[in-house]
Design a binder for this molecule. Structure first.
Ligand SMILES: CC(C)(COP(=O)(O)OP(=O)(O)OC[C@H]1O[C@@H](n2cnc3c(N)ncnc32)[C@H](O)[C@@H]1OP(=O)(O)O)[C@@H](O)C(=O)NCCC(=O)NCCS
Length: 176
């Protein structure tokens, strides 16, 4: 667990599912809403965010959910061990399946600490890569991941409702 003056990071449990569902839906709308039709966003949220859905995610084998809390939850990351990027020939690694920091906390260093925790988890589990998908029209996230040594290794389609968008596959190699 990481503790600082104003916020802390802890593993989430099933009791956090509704909180993660609400925060996740809000962050998804924020991230994609500027260039995706509202009905496609709504369709995606209906199938990907909800208490039961997040509870299944939290309980999924190999999954760790790290929640960041100030006076209220302000972000979270989902990491999944033993998965490989699409069309990747090497051994599986650690996927960062979701990484959200709420608006007031962006640019404050919270995301940096959360990312460092994800990378430490990958090292602890002896993974040789950490990978993630990021929408091509999300320059802030791209810049953030590049700061941590992730590089674009390919692309993959990402459905949002009926719309097919393009995600970059980013990989960060780990030296043990
Ligand atoms: C992506 C996210 C986790 C990054 O955390 P953050 O605290 O905002 O990141 P930082 O401020 O440390 O780094 C972002 C970098 O992008 C830069 N940046 C901001 N807007 C940018 C833009 N439009 N184009 C290019 N770079 C941009 C910032 O200057 C900063 O770089 P710097 O530290 O060299 O100045 C956070 O913004 C977030 O949760 N966003 C909404 C959800 C999201 O997009 N999640 C990722 C889904 S894959």
């Amino acid at each position: 667990m990481t503790t600082t003056q104003a916020w802390k990071i802890r593993p989430a449990g099933a009791a956090d599912a509704s909180t993660l569902a609400a925060l996740g839906a809000d962050m998804f709308r924020l991230t994609y809403g500027h260039a995706t039709p509202a009905e496609e966003i709504d369709a995606h949220i209906a199938t990907h965010y909800g208490t039961a859905i997040q509870e299944r995610e939290i309980r999924r084998p190999g999954t760790t959910v790290l929640i960041v809390e100030a006076e209220k939850p302000i972000g979270y990351a989902i990491v999944v061990s033993g998965t490989a990027p699409p069309n990747f020939a090497g051994p599986p690694g650690l996927e960062i399946a979701r990484f959200y920091i709420d608006r007031p906390w962006q640019g404050t260093g919270v995301a940096k600490t959360l990312m460092e925790e994800c990378l430490q988890l990958a090292a602890k589990r002896s993974h040789s890569i950490v990978w993630l998908l990021v929408w091509e029209h999300n320059p802030r996230a791209l810049a953030f991941y590049e700061k941590f040594g992730f590089v674009v290794a390919g692309e993959t389609p990402f459905p949002v409702g009926q719309e097919i968008q393009r995600d970059w596959i980013m990989i960060r190699r780990l030296d043990h």
